[in-house]
Design a protein around this ligand. Structure first.
Ligand SMILES: *Cc1c(COP(=O)(O)O)cnc(C)c1O
Length: 424
């Protein structure tokens, strides 16, 4: 499509957007003083609140007020199986079978519990492939697991670095590293979408390489779920985890998601840290000591889950359903982010570098490095925040902006570029 850099053109794109009405399904924060809506481009960090959320939370509070413990059984959406109400739509979002997903714990906790089952080092195969600059929590989780098994992280962590002068990893380099270390790798743990650069990883190609060498592969989908389309089941991903407060709009610190491929569901040799919520539902309340895992991703659950948080996830997933799922959203997202990229290059090409790779390897987010002699990137960031933009700053040098197809408009992109231009 040939884009134009004008308010009328942006408005026209908004008018033609079949998903534009979904913005009304969200609370948009307003600018202090003026009461105008902010230009909120921070859904990669904390997604906005769907209007359904308070209703769904209040329903659960009301059940607790009026039914007490009976809220587990005798009502609509009983608490006992409440997590099951999230399964179908969560599975659809990541391209999984319903038996392969469950919402539980938090993201880093899930990575640990999944590594208990899927990082099983032997004397020869004990290494983990991870990015040199993974999100710190992922690095800490892997490093502590490696130490827990008695290995030296300097030896057992293979760190993927971009080439000199480059910000993103090339697929050919990832695959070559897998080949080079194939006999020693016990686990590959990579993101679906990189948090700093916004780069989308070719999960299918990485899975193919892992399977070719019989290496277990897990993905952190914090920035991928609700952002891009995936086929975790078909690709043969062994396990994955994601948070629900970024593109899944389920509120700060909300319960996380987890995927375990069905090929592992009935493997009796898998070690796991067990809890009663992972026990066979038919006999859970017999309260016996012998643990019988549910033969699905639910078998990895530990505790009965926080219902208020699950209610917020259900509200968010129902809002995704209004959009017709991730397919139509991704179509809009490609156009929205392409428009933002066009405007940035058209107007500010001399002052910024977009380090996010081109369209085929990016989701919503663009990561912008500022090139200016008289202002630092952080000063520019502070100036645009003061002018009503919410986005974020990531050390060492990037402004991240993510137009989210559920609630951002083409006009948001244009106004953002106006403000950024003024700040520069
Ligand atoms: C957001 C994010 C996290 C956050 O972890 P929590 O356990 O939810 O605090 C971890 N890893 C990645 C890659 C993330 O993007």
């Amino acid at each position: 499509m040939n884009f134009e850099d004008s308010p009328a053109f942006a408005r026209n794109l908004d008018q033609q957007d079949p998903l534009a009405h979904l913005r009304d399904a969200f609370h948009i924060p307003t600018i202090k003083g003026s009461g105008e809506p902010e230009i909120y481009l921070c859904g990669n960090s904390l997604g906005l609140q769907p209007k359904l959320t308070s209703q769904y939370l209040n329903d659960e509070l009301h059940k607790w007020q009026t039914l007490g413990v009976k809220g587990h059984f005798d009502c609509e959406f009983p608490w006992m199986p409440y997590h099951e109400f999230l399964t179908e739509e969560s599975a659809r979002l990541v391209g999984a079978k319903p038996t392969e997903v469950v919402c539980m714990n938090s993201l880093t906790a899930n990575l640990h519990f999944l590594m208990v089952s899927f990082y099983r080092p032997t004397a020869k195969r004990f290494k983990v492939l991870i990015e040199d600059h993974a999100f710190p929590s992922d690095h800490y989780a892997v490093e502590s697991q490696v130490r827990f098994h008695g290995h030296d992280p300097n030896e057992a962590m293979v760190l993927l670095k971009p080439r000199a002068g480059e910000e993103c990893l090339r697929l050919e380099d990832i695959l070559a590293t897998i080949d080079d270390h194939a006999d020693e790798l016990a686990l590959i743990m990579l993101p679906g979408v990189q948090y700093y650069t916004g780069q989308v990883f070719d999960m299918q190609a990485i899975c193919d390489a892992a399977q070719h060498h019989d290496i277990t592969v897990g993905f952190d989908l914090a920035h991928a779920t609700g952002n891009i389309e995936m086929q975790l089941h078909e690709w043969g991903v062994d396990f994955a985890a994601w948070c629900t407060y970024k593109y899944l709009n389920s509120g700060p610190g909300s319960v996380a998601g987890c995927f375990v491929h069905e090929k592992h569901h009935d493997d009796p040799d898998l070690p796991r840290f067990a809890g009663w919520w992972g026990h066979d539902k038919a006999t859970r309340f017999k309260m016996e000591n012998h643990f019988i895992p549910i033969q699905s991703a639910e078998g990895w659950q530990l505790s009965n889950p926080p219902i208020l948080s699950l209610a917020a996830i259900r509200a968010s997933l129902d809002t995704f359903k209004l959009a017709g799922g991730i397919g139509p959203l991704r179509n809009k997202s490609k156009q929205l982010t392409a428009y933002l990229r066009f405007l940035l290059n058209n107007r500010l090409g001399k002052h910024i570098d977009i380090i996010t790779p081109d369209e085929s390897l990016s989701g919503c987010q663009l990561s912008i490095c500022v090139r200016s002699d008289d202002k630092s990137g952080q000063q520019v960031f502070e100036a645009i925040e003061a002018a009503g933009v919410t986005c974020d700053w990531r050390e060492p040098n990037v402004i991240r902006v993510a137009p989210v197809p559920l609630y951002n408009s083409f006009t948001d992109c244009l106004r953002f570029v106006d403000i950024l231009e003024a700040a520069l």
